[in-house]
Design a protein around this ligand. Structure first.
Ligand code: NZQ
Ligand code: ZN
Length: 382
């Protein structure tokens, strides 16, 4: 096992009726920016619950944060916060709203061009405090310090991490997710699955606890994913999904073990170029990364096939079955697994030069460069 330190400062408040806890959690005296997306929270009652809990507070609203949040939109909020002296940010929505608010938190006190936080990994020295009410289980953003922001002008989608942008608290009320459309529910299952895999599907690292925690998350997603689509108002299913997605990317299962993240790196390019949903990009790319890296990942693929899917056979047979079973699972959820199915076949030629320009290398062995990415994209083109 590799050395590690672990500190996760998020106060997680989980369960029915917990939005009312905002009264206690949002600090008194600060001007609050209440940021949300395109209006789903107005249709499902979440907006009203938030307003009721914040009654009597000095609240400014910022609406219209889009999926794959745009830098241009975030900067409007940054201006507003600077002008109005906002002291606390509240994100209410899915991963996109949370990520946007993390970037806004870091950008408000930033000296210079805030895009450098993403493009040049400029150090975040200060950030406004933030909290969240999550309405879409998928990204883990509610319990991590990551954020992914897109810029129209340059068609880039870039990530940053800072310990200063962990939410102070995150409220997870599973009832807020009853209104998720099937596509977003399925995307969320695929995203949480992929997060687990990015921290698991590498090579054996003598970390049996991390392995088994990851396998528990995968088994749970396989068990509840299809049921969620059939029973969108089942509280227990929604609750289990919410907790599972958080556990997939709050740092715990990745401690001391090698991590991959090639699927996410390639996937962000597909969203930037073709507007594919984040979950869709992962369903396409992940099986292709495994096919391309079959020899390196064979031992873990076979372990996963045996323990999670109950497959028997030789190592080779189990490893192959692992890839097929995973693809079948994504397709069962209604998420397609080929570039051509999204009209994105051109990625084979368009993505590698973009990565070359940025000097990107991916994978647990840092041996996936632009040429290898081209091969991976060929494997999932049609
Ligand atoms: O904007 P509104 O109207 O709220 O609608 C949203 C949006 O259209 C809707 N939605 C959210 N909650 C709903 C709901 N509709 C009905 N009922 C509800 N309860 O769902 C749509 C998608 O929302 P979005 O926030 O974009 O989805 P998701 O949570 O999947 O977030 C995706 C973003 O997170 C990034 C992705 O790259 C992408 O930009 N990621 C962030 C990560 C992190 N911070 O750690 C890690 C991930 O790997 C990922 O990269
Ligand atoms: Zn993801």
């Amino acid at each position: 096992m590799n050395n590690f330190t672990y500190r996760n400062p998020v106060e997680l408040v989980f369960g029915k009726g917990t939005i009312a806890e905002l009264r206690r959690l949002v600090p008194q005296g600060d001007k609050v920016l209440f940021a949300y997306g395109g209006g789903s929270i107005k249709k499902n009652g979440v907006y009203d619950q938030v307003r009721a809990a914040l009654e009597g507070r000095d609240v400014l609203e910022f609406a219209g944060i889009e999926p794959n949040p745009r830098y241009e939109t975030c900067m409007k909020a940054v201006d507003l916060c600077r002008r109005e002296g906002v002291g606390f940010l509240l994100a209410v929505g899915g991963g996109s709203v949370l990520d946007a608010v993390k970037f806004i938190a870091a950008a408000v006190p930033f000296q210079g061009e805030p895009w450098d936080i993403l493009a040049k990994h400029a150090k975040v020295e200060a950030a406004l405090p933030l909290g969240s009410v999550l309405t879409l289980p998928a990204t883990g953003s509610e319990m991590n310090g990551n954020s992914v922001i897109s810029r129209d002008e340059t068609r880039e989608k870039l990530a940053f991490y800072s310990p200063l942008v962990y939410p102070k608290f995150s409220i997870l009320d599973p009832e807020t997710t009853f209104t998720l459309p099937p596509r977003q529910t399925a995307n969320g299952v695929v995203d949480a699955f992929a997060h687990t895999m990015e921290q698991y599907m590498t090579y054996p690292a003598d970390a049996p606890l991390q392995d088994r925690m990851a396998e528990a998350i995968l088994s749970t997603l396989i068990e509840i994913g299809p049921k969620l689509l059939e029973h969108p108002h089942d509280y227990q299913l929604r609750a289990n999904m919410m907790w599972t997605a958080t556990m997939a990317l709050n740092g715990l299962i990745g401690l001391g073990v090698p991590q991959d993240w090639a699927t996410h790196g390639i996937g962000h390019e597909l969203t930037a170029l073709y507007g594919m949903d984040h979950g869709q990009t992962l369903a396409v790319v992940m099986p292709a990364v495994w096919r391309f890296k079959f020899a390196d990942k064979k031992a873990k693929l076979a372990q996963y096939a045996k323990r999670v899917w109950g497959v028997a056979g030789t190592e080779e047979e189990k490893a192959k079955a692992a890839i097929e079973k995973t693809e079948e699972f994504f397709r069962l959820l209604g998420v397609k697994t080929r570039l051509a199915e999204y009209g994105a076949e051109n990625a084979v030629e368009q993505v590698p030069p973009r990565l070359a320009q940025r000097g990107v290398v991916l994978g647990e062995r840092r041996d996936i460069g632009p040429d290898q990415v081209r091969e991976i994209l060929r494997l999932c083109a049609a």
